[in-house]
Design a protein around this ligand. Structure first.
Ligand code: RFL
Length: 407
């Protein structure tokens, strides 16, 4: 099958689905192609923290009805170390910029529903295997049907002939590798810690996200829903989930999160994985007819809950640039897409790394480690005691830069 449209969108994650919904609302033709089944992407648990500006943007486009109704609002987070605890009221410090806690897979489900209900087309189980024509008049996405996890895949190959390609297919997608060598520069850093990510059917043991600094390593208690919680443990690079039976996970969380008069509620662990703690950015985020959006252009560690928010901010800017292009602006915003996004991408990378190094034990364990640990304690004390320091943290944590307004 061969289809013609204005914008071909690779990937039905938060980035691709936001581009799709906003373009659809502006009357611009677009088609989404996704490697996995609908059931798979609607169940893939990842992020859960939605920044105030992201929620505002989605609400302005009528995409936040369920999010607004069903999410929990949070305006402060807690730090723990050596049995002490203190909170940073980041919403109060930033004039009310709260987070909404809402699992990423719920948002993906809502965005798919609204796009399809308004007549949009998504080819699920159709990985893009080739991207051609990026420096010619039109681009073509070659999509092959995939054998799928739940047997609902299949169908015929689809070629999508389009004017622009939104590469929203994550770090391992097909969009970025289709750019000729030497046209983009990659900046990457592999962090010296690993993370064990844990999802459990356990009610939260806290009303605020907790970041705990312990000499053994970091522990985080994140919020998802009233019955599901996410936790993170710092582990050595190269560690494996097999080394972490449930009893060891709960005992380690209990030890690293310990403060007086507090108890960790446990439950059935449903998922454990070792995260690759990598940071990555490509510059520029565009080539010819291709625009990279979200994780396809940059990966950020989960510290600070920034990846999905950054992906949606990219999507908002690309949708704005495409909308003004089709309204006849001559393509100025499209040309400037990468330049418009990179300052925030780097600012967010910097914040995320700062938070990572504030809360993680140095991995070498030598005398240097003891020195670095003292510096961390000094930083934590400043965060607790200095309103100026806390306000700077709050600005980065709550998400500073405004999302472009609707055109
Ligand atoms: P996604 O969500 O990876 O979506 C890309 C989509 O493209 C599809 N795809 C293809 N489709 C067609 N053809 C191909 N060749 C394709 N190759 C790939 C994929 O199947 C997928 O559906 O990227 P997007 O849209 O850029 O969104 C980025 C976010 O998903 C990511 O940054 C966040 O999940 C990061 N993150 C967090 N971000 C936050 O803002 N707040 C958080 O609290 C938060 N917690 C997290 C996180 C990421 C985590 N992991 C798994 C790394 C917690 C974790 C554990």
């Amino acid at each position: 099958m061969r289809l013609r449209t204005q914008v071909g969108i690779i990937g039905a994650g938060p980035a691709g689905l936001v581009v799709a919904n906003v373009l659809q609302q502006a009357g611009i033709g677009c088609v989404v192609v996704e490697r996995h089944t609908r059931a798979y992407v609607e169940a893939r648990a990842r992020a859960g923290v939605i920044e105030h500006r992201t929620a505002d943007f989605l609400a302005r486009h009528g995409l936040a009805d369920r999010l607004t109704m069903e999410s929990a609002r949070h305006g402060s987070c807690e730090f723990r170390y050596q049995g002490e605890r203190f909170s940073v009221p980041y919403a109060a410090l930033t004039g009310g910029r709260e987070h909404l806690v809402y699992p990423q897979q719920f948002l993906v489900r809502d965005l798919i529903e609204s796009f399809i209900a308004a007549g949009g087309t998504v080819f699920f189980s159709h990985p893009v295997v080739g991207v051609a024509g990026l420096d010619s008049d039109r681009a073509v996405l070659r999509c092959e049907p995939a054998g799928s996890e739940d047997g609902t895949g299949g169908g015929e190959p689809v070629d999508i002939d389009c004017e622009f390609v939104a590469g929203c297919d994550g770090f391992y997608g097909a969009a970025r590798p289709s750019v000729p060598a030497g046209r983009m520069r990659a900046f990457a850093r592999q962090h010296e810690f690993g993370w064990l990510a844990i999802l459990a059917e356990a009610p939260p043991s806290t009303t605020e996200i907790i970041y705990a600094l312990h000499e053994e390593g970091f522990a985080g208690h994140m919020l998802r829903t009233p019955t599901v919680s996410r936790y993170y443990l710092q582990v050595p690079v190269g560690d494996a989930v097999e080394n972490w039976p449930d009893a060891r996970i709960w005992a380690t969380l209990r030890r690293r999160l310990a403060v007086a008069d507090w108890e960790l509620k446990t439950g059935r662990i449903t998922e454990t994985s070792i995260l690759d703690m990598r940071s990555f950015v490509v510059e520029p985020m565009q080539y010819g007819r291709l625009f990279l959006v979200g994780d396809a252009a940059h990966i950020i560690t989960p510290a600070g809950g920034k990846g999905m928010n950054l992906a949606i901010a990219d999507a908002a800017e690309l949708a704005r640039a495409l909308t003004t292009y089709y309204a006849g602006d001559g393509g100025h915003l499209l040309e400037g897409y990468s330049a418009a996004r990179l300052p925030e991408v780097w600012r967010t990378q910097e914040f995320s790394r700062w938070l990572l190094h504030l809360t993680h034990s140095p991995s070498d364990g030598g005398t240097d480690a003891a020195f670095m640990h003292r510096l961390q304690l000094s930083r934590l004390a400043q965060l607790r005691d200095s309103p100026t320091f806390a306000t700077t943290f709050a600005d980065g944590y709550a998400g500073a830069a405004p999302v472009p307004v609707r055109v």
